[in-house]
Design a protein around this ligand. Structure first.
Ligand code: AP5
Length: 189
C-alpha cells in the first residue's frame, strides 16, 4: 500500500499534483476540501455546517472531520493506496489518521510538503477565484486561511519529521518540474 499525505498551504498545488500522482501511480484520491464542497453543492446538513467554516477561512472541527475521513476511506474499494489531500490539518487529525491506518494494518508511506512563498500563494488563489468563482478565494478569506495554516496546520511539519515520513518539495516552479521531484521522493521510499 502506498499512502501519501500531500501537504502545504492553501494554493501550494496539492490538488494539481494529486491529479498527476493518481494518474501515474493508480491511487485513490481523498480531497477533504472536494468532499466538503460536494456536500455544500448538494445542500446537505453537513454541507450547511461546513459552509459556515469554509466561507470564514476556518477549519471544520476535528471530531466531525475525522468521522468524514474515516467514512470516505472505508468506502474505497480495491485500493493500491490513497493520496490524502487536505487531511490531516491539525495534530489531532494526524494522530487519528495514524491510528486509523494502523487499525487496518497500514501506515503513511510519505508526507510531501509543498513549500511555496506567501506572495505566490496569494497570486495563484486570487487568479483561481477570478476564473472559477471559488467562494473562499478572495483576499480577505485567503488571509484568514493562511493564518489558520500557520497556527494549526504548519506544526504538522515537525510531527511528520518525528514520524520519519517527511519530505520537502519546492512547490515553486513548473508543474512538470515539481511533479518530477515528487516522483523522485515517491520512488525513494
Ligand atoms: P481545501 O480545498 O483543502 O483548500 P486548501 O488547502 O486551501 O487548498 P487549495 O485547494 O486552495 O489549494 P491546493 O494546495 O490544492 O492548490 P491547487 O492545486 O488547487 O480546503 C478548503 C476548506 O475546507 C478549508 O479552508 C477548510 O475550511 C475545509 N477543510 C478541508 N479539509 C479540512 C480538514 N482536514 N480539516 C478541517 N477543515 C478542512 O492550486 C492552486 C492554484 O494554483 C490553481 O489555480 C493551480 O492551477 C495553480 N497552480 C498549481 N501549481 C502551480 C504552479 N506550479 N505554478 C503556478 N500555478 C500553479
Amino acid at each position: 500500500m502506498l499512502n501519501i499525505v500531500i501537504f502545504g498551504a492553501p494554493g501550494s498545488g496539492k490538488g494539481t499534483q494529486s491529479a498527476r500522482i493518481v494518474e501515474k501511480y493508480g491511487l485513490n484520491h481523498i480531497s477533504t476540501g472536494d468532499v466538503l464542497r460536494a456536500e455544500i453543492k448538494n445542500g446537505t446538513e453537513l454541507g450547511k455546517t461546513a459552509k459556515g467554516y469554509i466561507d470564514n477561512g476556518q477549519l471544520i472541527p476535528d471530531a466531525l472531520m475525522i468521522d468524514i475521513l474515516a467514512s470516505v476511506f472505508d468506502s474505497l474499494k480495491d485500493s493500491k493506496g490513497v493520496i490524502f489531500d487536505g487531511f490531516p490539518r491539525t495534530i489531532a487529525q494526524a494522530d487519528a489518521l495514524k491510528a486509523m491506518l494502523k487499525e487496518r494494518g497500514q501506515e503513511v508511506s510519505v508526507m510531501l510538503d509543498l513549500e511555496v512563498p506567501e506572495d505566490e500563494l496569494m497570486t495563484r488563489l486570487i487568479k483561481r477565484g477570478q476564473e472559477s468563482g471559488r467562494a473562499d478565494d478572495n483576499e480577505e478569506t485567503i488571509k484568514k486561511r493562511l493564518v489558520v495554516y500557520h497556527s494549526q496546520t504548519a506544526p504538522l511539519i515537525d510531527w511528520y519529521k518525528k514520524d520519519g515520513t517527511y519530505r520537502h518539495i519546492n512547490g515553486l516552479g513548473t508543474m512538470d518540474g515539481i511533479f518530477a521531484d515528487i516522483c523522485k521522493a515517491i520512488e525513494n521510499i
